[in-house]
Write a protein that binds this ligand. Structure first.
Ligand SMILES: C[S@@+](CC[C@H](N)C(=O)[O-])C[C@H]1O[C@@H](n2cnc3c(N)ncnc32)[C@H](O)[C@@H]1O
Length: 270
């Protein structure tokens, strides 16, 4: 796959969907003029989906984009057939943008980590009142709130870029009187040096940059924990796997004294 396409499949897909929509409209006008054949709305969508799938295939985008680019025009077609008032779609779009709008830049969608993972991460935080924990991309705050309740000796922070999940997490902490701090912002601009445990549940696209930042900023002995995603291009083995229970692995590394991450043995904390 071409480097530009690999780096920004979301923008390429948007372009594919627009081209599919445009070409299918031009084709429908041409067939009326030349053949006197009028496309039904269903035929128009079918044409649009076929074009989008063909372009996605030709550009060798990963297979899940085939599903996304086929499903999107179909979903829009059926949603329009519901004949709901436009305000419903407007509100829906706004809510989705407030939760997922940054995905076009970060390629990390919101998805909460399971409570089983919260319980495992809780065991990783060392004893002592000087411990500081950070959730990178804290979403609606599930991980931080769990930890702040279970480990009152630890200072818990979350940083989140998306406005709506951040607001929900802030309200949850404020109105349940749980002492954890949620900051709205980009973790790429936030220093990692003061934390003893940093948790990340991001996406494969974010892991290389996180690795570089962690190596530069995290202090020796601090733990980097990633749920589900390893670090691409680095031969780091998962230290704990929850595969037996059907869940994704949890990766744990302890920062080495020379800024090299070394895997932590699972039996030291299980
Ligand atoms: C998979 S969710 C994980 C949510 C939460 N950590 C949990 O375990 O439930 C990833 C979150 O990271 C946020 N995110 C992605 N990139 C970010 C960035 N550069 N700065 C801050 N938040 C980011 C997304 O908005 C999303 O809410």
């Amino acid at each position: 796959m071409n480097k530009t396409i690999a780096a920004s499949p979301q923008w390429i897909s948007l372009l594919i969907l627009l081209c599919g929509w445009l070409i299918s409209r031009v084709l429908s006008i041409a067939t009326v003029d030349v053949l006197g054949l009028d496309f039904s709305p269903g035929m128009l969508v079918w044409c649009q989906v076929s074009l989008a799938v063909a372009m996605t295939f030709c550009l060798s985008l990963p297979s899940w984009w085939l599903i996304i680019n086929a499903a999107f025009p179909t979903a829009v077609f059926y949603a329009m057939a519901l004949n709901w008032p436009p305000i419903v779609f407007m509100v829906g779009l706004l809510v989705l943008l407030l939760i997922y709008g940054a995905v076009f830049l970060t390629r990390v969608p919101y998805h909460p980590s399971p409570s089983k993972v919260h319980a495992l991460v809780e065991k990783l935080v060392p004893e002592g009142s000087d411990q500081q924990f950070l959730d990178l991309g804290s979403g609606m705050g599930g991980m931080c709130l769990h930890l702040a309740v279970r480990r009152p000796d630890c200072k818990v922070f979350g940083i989140e870029m998306a406005p709506l999940p951040w607001l929900v997490s802030w309200l949850r902490a404020r109105y349940s009187f749980i002492p954890c701090e949620f900051v709205r912002g980009d973790y790429q601009n936030h220093s990692l040096q003061n934390y003893s445990v940093i948790f990340a549940y991001l996406s494969p696209a974010a892991m290389s940059a996180l690795w570089e930042k962690a190596c530069l900023e995290m202090k020796p002995g601090a733990l980097l924990v990633s749920y589900e995603f390893g670090i691409l291009g680095q031969s780091i083995m998962p230290t704990y796997s929850t595969n037996k229970t059907g869940a994704a692995p949890l990766y744990v590394w302890r920062m080495g004294s020379n800024s090299v991450l070394t895997p932590m043995r699972s039996n030291t904390w299980r």
